[in-house]
Unconditional design. Sequence first.
Length: 493
Amino acid sequence: MGATDLNHTKVAIALATLLSVSLALHVITPVQGWDFSVNAEPEIRYASPGETVTYTVYVSLVAGPAEVIQLLVSPYTIEFQGLSFTFSPTTGTPPFVSTLYVTVSSTKAAGTYRLPVCGYNAHLGFRGDEVQLVVREAGPPFDFALALSPSALSVEQGGTATFRILVTYSSPAWSGTTITIQVTGLGPGMTWSSTMAGDLLIVTSTGTPPATYTITVVGSARGVMRQASAVLTVTPKAPPFDFSVTITPSTNQASLGLQVSLIYSVTVNLLTGTPSTVSLTLSGLPSGVPHTFTPQSGTPTFTSELLIGAWAISSIGTYTFTVTATGGGLSRTATATVVIKEARDFTVSVSPSTASVKQGGKINFNIAVNPIGGFDQTVTLSVVGTPSPETPVFTVRSARPPFTSTLTITVSSTTPIGAYSLIIEAIGADKTHSVKVALNVEKKDKEASSLSISVSLQGGEARVSGYLTPAVPGAKITLTYKADDPSVDVTFT
């Protein structure tokens, strides 16, 4: 440093010292009733030798009435040599805003400088804030390059595409230099914004025409302008998610009391949009009736097997249940029925329940076999307890209900008289039913006998013979002839 520069430096320091002392001497007791504050932004700026940067200074009124405020950088120290400060405006009455211009000389050493930005009032004294100025090392000329990542994106109408703005400086010394950007190539209904993180957001609307757009970002700083482009494809907005649910079969049945689980197929069909998970629930069945879905949820289109424990339903009837499918903010339903019928079986009835027959006679019993609950298996008839050796005869011995049969029992003339208990059995599938009837065998009525007598003459003799019709075992015929009576008496014993 030459003698002239040294003298200038001494003069500057002396002036700064005098100014600080002068301002300090003017500090008096603040006037009660008003105050102000000073805030400078941004907190940090980067500059290279020969460059000018700006800060915005906000002078706010804390309490009024206000007086004139003078802006300055104070206290001024020797490290600020090579920096020049200019406020525009320099003074004002709060609230007001001023711009601080800081010009860095071409010989200013690199480093970080803390700048005390103050407002001064003769009655209140100083109010201030502090900002930083980072002076870079002198280096290559300023330049930068721009790029967008990714180079291509696709978005539906109404969606938002996010690109990353990549900035590469010609030298690390220029890092942090503010790049001002503009975006061109937007389609109708599109808007853009950028974030502090360096993201470029392109927002489309439902009215943006589906097409391919070339989005161009133009960046400028320190008189340098660069640009980068990317492709944005806008596709038609997909219809909203929707689905349907169906149940097959629509009705299913079981017999009361049987250990049966009914099987249904629940199908969830995708109608439109992007699939979302759908869950299944069931309602409407009597309390305590178990059910399971396999699977219980899925992404349409899918099918779930529904098992319902019909054995837990205690009464015959028709029961309607509802399957509800919920997903993607939607709810769809389908209904089906469970029919509980009487258990599959059959009945047997016989008439008459009591009958009598005489020895040598025959008797008929009418048998009716009817199904219950759709029973359709073969039923076979039999009878036990008939008098021996009589053989019963069925007009229909085996058939599927409903059917009728006649049981005929023929009693011989030698069948012992008395009461017989007959059991008529019907056997079908794994079921057996029987009916008891009473049969009384009575003594045969005596038949009227006729006596035939014949007289024949043989060799001068008269012969008399006779017989009974029908013959009666052990019967005797006695002929009596009296000498004084020409007639003959016949006695039958």
